[in-house]
Design a binder for this molecule. Sequence first.
Ligand SMILES: Nc1ncnc2c1ncn2[C@@H]1O[C@H](COP(=O)(O)OP(=O)(O)OP(=O)(O)O)[C@@H](O)[C@H]1O
Ligand SMILES: Nc1ncnc2c1ncn2[C@@H]1O[C@H](COP(=O)(O)OP(=O)(O)OP(=O)(O)O)[C@@H](O)[C@H]1O
Ligand SMILES: [Mg+2]
Ligand SMILES: [Mg+2]
Lengths: 294, 294
Amino acid sequence: MLAVVNHKGGCGKTTTVTNLGAALSLGSEDRGIKPRKVLIVDLDPRGNVATTFGVDKNALGPTMNGLFQAVIDGSRIDINPFVIPPEQLTRWMRKAWKRQFPDRSRGPPVSHKVDSLSLLPADLDLSGIEIELAMRIGREHRLRIALEGAMEQFDLIIIDTPASLGLLTVNALTAADWLLIPIQAEFYALESMGQLLDTLRKVQSRVNPSLKLLGISMTMVQTGSNLGKMVGDSALRHFGERILRTSIPRSVSIAEAPLSGGPIALTTSPIERHPGSLAYWDLASDVNSRFELA
Amino acid sequence: MLAVVNHKGGCGKTTTVTNLGAALSLGSEDRGIKPRKVLIVDLDPRGNVATTFGVDKNALGPTMNGLFQAVIDGSRIDINPFVIPPEQLTRWMRKAWKRQFPDRSRGPPVSHKVDSLSLLPADLDLSGIEIELAMRIGREHRLRIALEGAMEQFDLIIIDTPASLGLLTVNALTAADWLLIPIQAEFYALESMGQLLDTLRKVQSRVNPSLKLLGISMTMVQTGSNLGKMVGDSALRHFGERILRTSIPRSVSIAEAPLSGGPIALTTSPIERHPGSLAYWDLASDVNSRFELA
Ligand SMILES: Nc1ncnc2c1ncn2[C@@H]1O[C@H](COP(=O)(O)OP(=O)(O)OP(=O)(O)O)[C@@H](O)[C@H]1O
Ligand SMILES: Nc1ncnc2c1ncn2[C@@H]1O[C@H](COP(=O)(O)OP(=O)(O)OP(=O)(O)O)[C@@H](O)[C@H]1O
Ligand SMILES: [Mg+2]
Ligand SMILES: [Mg+2]
């Protein structure tokens, strides 16, 4: 289970989660990535993961909030009523594609689908959970208990988190085995890393000793900008080895991909002409090999 | 008192607060903006406002957290021990400038200073406040009580908030008279506006009837991108009149300005050749005239 965390807003957490989820579920023979059954869990009350795949949140059934409530006495629960399976996610994706390209007679390409990617979407009420959980014993463990059943059904679970180090994010860190930190190559980026690493140490020593840092991913790197270079060099000095080899360039097509109902790794083929998709597939290879080394 | 709020991370809240704070405190005869005594209050535990002005957070005295604690029995408190005055803020700015340009013999330009801008900086412990306040009666009013004394010393107070709609942000909305919402011209931007407007309505009907929406500011607008145009058009349909005339372009120099110890409105003159600074001074004129109309 992988948690993608950074309390700096807008650094690319959701974009990283959706692209890694898509690439690691699809797999790629050339890159030695075997296909996996992947579940994305969205713990951000704003629910941007669902939007990335064209899901209309008003049409959702029982949601994440219900899942947290259900884990009252610590009993295992069945998460299936809360999960959007691959066939349904594919329907939403193809609908979004048709909305974006209304005058194309041929319909979305056959490849515009997911075979083994499911989504446990967020919902608005999640933001009330933090206050509600605050006073309960074992409050950090709710998500871990809720997802126990899911570990048997999926090969990989990836968790998106809100821009904060509150109880929702701590729940994700308590449930996860690995942590990935996206850092935007911008001015404020390194400043709050101290707080994040503090939280990581506290979670490791108090509630989840097996949590390990998978790595740090540099995102929105603008080539040729002194700022990008300065933040990149400084991050290298602080984190060295822990920085994943692939850095993600700033590219409008990465930001635009969700318009047609999916992350760029799915909507565009990873070739030289599409640096955004290529970068996320390279990142997926890095992550895949770090998983296999462990 | 003006609160700058949007729970979408990375949409330009801190950049808007620091640039408006600088421009409205400096004033401009050509633009009909009279100088004001401005206090910026940073409610985001990551404390990016301090960094923008080159302040070393480890060197700070008693902080915001202490202020919240002090307001236990509702008595008025003196905020001065918690505030960095203009002379001190200027010293930090000039130090950051010297760090950025070590080989310039002449030192920072005379204009690299603030005369009437003060800062009440955030601190790490603020994130614990939300849990602590959760169970107290009148928990939304802490900041308003804490800042009562400040209203007499300053002409304008601008509050930066974290990327969430939790109790810290609700405290800002309860204390403020005006709300400014920056929206990044990107895919996820409009999605969570419903939640934000819901929170605004709840705060207006339950704890602060005098809170008014000053306007919506489009930030990081990339000219020539379909995404930018699509989000811009959609925002215009939803919000019409409430969108401020000036939109802020995406520009690396806006992101880089804090390297030399200040927001772009202070570090660069607002002329055609510097579109980032020009845009923030235009925004300050818009905001100034909306204040005066009320
Ligand atoms: N490499 C990139 N190049 C250009 N734009 C990008 C890139 N990665 C992400 N974006 C855009 O930047 C914005 C922020 O990214 P994203 O929403 O993934 O960050 P986040 O950390 O999840 O934000 P939040 O803190 O709000 O959850 C989005 O509009 C996204 O489309
Ligand atoms: N107009 C712009 N053009 C280019 N970069 C910008 C612009 N405005 C802000 N930025 C950069 O984008 C990033 C996000 O901006 P900022 O930190 O002000 O947003 P925020 O809403 O305060 O984020 P958070 O949610 O983390 O508090 C920063 O690195 C900033 O330097
Ligand atoms: Mg996100
Ligand atoms: Mg900010």
